[in-house]
Design a binder for this molecule. Structure first.
Ligand SMILES: Cc1cc2nc3c(=O)[nH]c(=O)nc-3n(C[C@H](O)[C@H](O)[C@H](O)COP(=O)(O)OP(=O)(O)OC[C@H]3O[C@@H](n4cnc5c(N)ncnc54)[C@H](O)[C@@H]3O)c2cc1C
Length: 341
């Protein structure tokens, strides 16, 4: 960080040493709206920051960061559903634990995902067979150009695999204020994902799933407080069935799942098979137990992570002919930038 007023090192889970010119911590929905009303989106770059667990800060931001810290959970119900209205700055992981504790089921598979509730719709977070879209009722946001508060239904959010309208038509135009959840009282466990499949579905509780998911995550994923990371750095690539068949001839034990639009390959398997698990480059590297995770061994800059991500994508492309896409958002000097291998 050079020549910037505020360090962002503690606000991004990769622990990258970048900064910004202005930092505003906004702890209520009203203060977020107030800031957005007067903010001129043409004048200088703005970064909306939640928990910083899905960001790569490639440079110091020449602009303002607003850190979303609004709190509040409102519950209501009818005979069929629990309805929750949750402020964007609530911590996702604490929110899920609190709902499971209160016997409000449906979020348990999404336990222990870092970050804020407001960021969950953006990439339609998912884990252990459940995606955010399954529990979403609506998303309310402030539109930075129109200067209005708008609510979209889950269907209008155009959710896809790690994707939504907020990464496409509404990219960088919104500040999410509140998220609505609709959780059925006729709960059905989702246990078709490998490590959950040995549960007895007749006796299982949401708390059992919650505990199992927490155990697996804690044993598999590095804790960002110990070693900087953003979880999975790459999406699982979807290839055509023809491409998959060709790859299978060369790699019969390749990990893959059938999906609607082709065959989804396991990015972690590809990186591992390319010999990169545990690979180090200066202060950064590929995690030695989980090849999908890039880590900061200490003191890394954004440039080092970008160079490593480029090296990993090029190596996988060279070996398998498969292009990897990154999962986190890349933020440069003037705002969001595209990552091109
Ligand atoms: C150890 C680890 C494990 C993870 N596991 C998973 C997983 O299992 N599944 C999964 O899907 N993800 C996972 N992630 C990624 C991450 O937790 C999610 O993407 C999370 O939703 C990011 O939340 P955040 O608040 O940290 O967002 P940030 O990193 O702060 O922001 C991410 C993007 O959202 C924007 N943004 C944030 N808040 C708002 C808002 N209120 N309004 C508008 N834009 C906003 C930011 O500008 C940025 O572009 C993992 C990350 C880590 C570190």
């Amino acid at each position: 960080m050079s020549g910037t007023a505020h360090s962002l090192t503690e606000f991004n889970t990769l622990g990258l040493m970048q900064g910004c010119q202005q930092l505003q911590r906004l702890n209520s929905t009203e203060s977020i709206i107030e800031f957005c009303r007067v903010y001129d989106s043409q004048s200088q770059p703005l970064l909306v920051l939640g928990g910083g667990s899905n960001l790569v800060l490639t440079d110091d931001l020449e602009g303002t960061v607003i850190k979303i810290e609004s709190k509040g959970i409102c519950l209501s119900e009818d005979n069929e559903y629990h309805y929750l209205s949750v402020a964007a700055g609530e911590d996702w992981s604490r929110f899920v634990a609190s709902m499971v504790n209160q016997g409000i089921n449906g979020l348990e598979n999404l336990a222990l995902i870092p970050g804020t509730v407001g960021a969950a719709p953006i990439q339609n977070i998912g884990a252990y067979g459940v995606e955010f879209e399954k529990v979403c009722d609506w998303v309310e946001f402030y539109h930075l150009q129109h200067k209005t508060v708008t609510r979209l239904t889950a269907a209008e959010c155009q959710f896809g695999y790690r994707d939504s309208i907020f990464k496409n038509a509404l990219k960088n135009q919104t500040v999410i204020l509140r998220v609505g959840f609709k959780l059925t009282k006729h709960w059905q466990p989702v246990v078709n994902y490998g490590p959950l499949s040995d549960f007895n579905v007749k006796t299982i509780t949401a708390n059992d799933i919650f505990k199992r998911v927490c155990e697996i995550r804690q044993s598999k994923l590095p804790d960002p407080k110990v070693i900087g990371n953003v979880g999975s750095f790459f999406k699982n690539p979807v290839v055509s069935t023809e491409c998959h068949q060709n790859l299978l001839k060369r790699y019969p034990d390749m990990v893959a799942y059938l999906v609607d639009n082709g065959v989804k390959l396991a990015a972690g398997w590809l990186i591992d098979q390319a010999g990169l698990k545990g690979y180090k480059q200066g202060n950064v590297g590929v995690h030695d137990k989980q090849a999908l995770v890039l880590v900061n061994h200490g003191g890394a800059t954004g440039t080092e992570i970008v160079n490593l991500a480029s090296y990993v994508t090029a190596t996988v492309l060279d070996k398998f002919g498969v292009e990897l896409e990154v999962e986190p958002r890349f933020i440069g000097k003037h705002g969001e930038i595209e990552f091109h291998g």
